[in-house]
Design a protein around this ligand. Structure first.
Ligand code: NI
Ligand code: MN
Length: 226
């Protein structure tokens, strides 16, 4: 499937003719200055938790495209109060079959408050199962033993894992997470955007390579087939 990295934790994934946008944070991200946010197509916007660096562009994107927002119950309710009623609420452990495939909202160990201080529900990640392949998007999370369950329940082709450290897993924990969920190909997310999460790319890649895994770190705007 075609995957485009749009900076920080934002991904555009094309599945079954649908465009999925994960955690849109483009306009406030200087590293993603080359990404044309007004040209991004979206059928679904998936939001892992309420923090600004995961949803800054979600409202404008949803209003322009009419995309359905998928997130936890509290975040969907918050958008509903803004008049964005095309949402699908989920909660930890629940899955649902959409036209492009199945989405399961899986636990993340993190926090989740919305930009105006509203309660943002529990943070999560997403497991996507489709005819074109399966993957895990970690959102912001610590390494957790629960990730083993994801690998036991689903054969994944790749994973997008946070690797920036400080607020989330760093490269060492992310490599362990990759082992837990059973993938060899990892697209790094949530790194370099802010000073505390700048990482040493060669050192991070080496951690994965030494365990027979591949850590993909690409500039925002890069497309790849995963
Ligand atoms: Ni966060
Ligand atoms: Mn974050």
């Amino acid at each position: 499937m075609k995957v485009t990295y749009l900076g920080h934790s934002c991904l555009q994934v094309s599945i079954g003719g649908k465009e999925l946008i994960f955690d849109p944070f483009i306009r406030p991200n200087p590293l993603a200055a080359g990404v044309d946010v007004d040209g991004i197509p979206a059928d679904y916007i998936l939001i892992s938790h309420g923090h600004e660096d995961h949803l800054a562009d979600a409202e404008t994107l949803a209003r322009r495209t009419g995309a359905m927002i998928l997130s936890n119950y509290e975040i969907i309710t918050w958008y509903g109060a803004k008049g964005l009623n095309h949402g699908h609420p989920m909660n930890s452990g629940g899955g649902y079959d959409f036209d492009f495939g199945r989405v399961t909202f899986v636990p993340a160990i993190h926090s989740s408050s919305l930009p105006d201080g509203s309660y943002g529900g529990n943070p999560g990640g997403f497991v996507i199962e489709s005819k074109e392949g399966n993957f895990y998007f970690s959102g912001d999370t610590a390494l957790t033993l629960d990730m083993k369950l994801i690998g036991e329940k689903c054969h994944l082709d790749w994973a997008a894992l946070c690797v920036g450290d400080n607020f989330t897993m760093g490269p060492k924990d992310a490599a362990k997470a990759a082992g837990f969920v059973g993938v060899r190909r990892v697209l790094g997310i949530h790194y370099d955007t802010f000073p505390p999460i700048v990482i040493d790319h060669p050192a991070a890649r080496q951690i994965f390579q030494s365990q027979g895994m591949d850590l993909i770190l690409v500039p925002p705007g890069t497309s790849m087939d995963l």
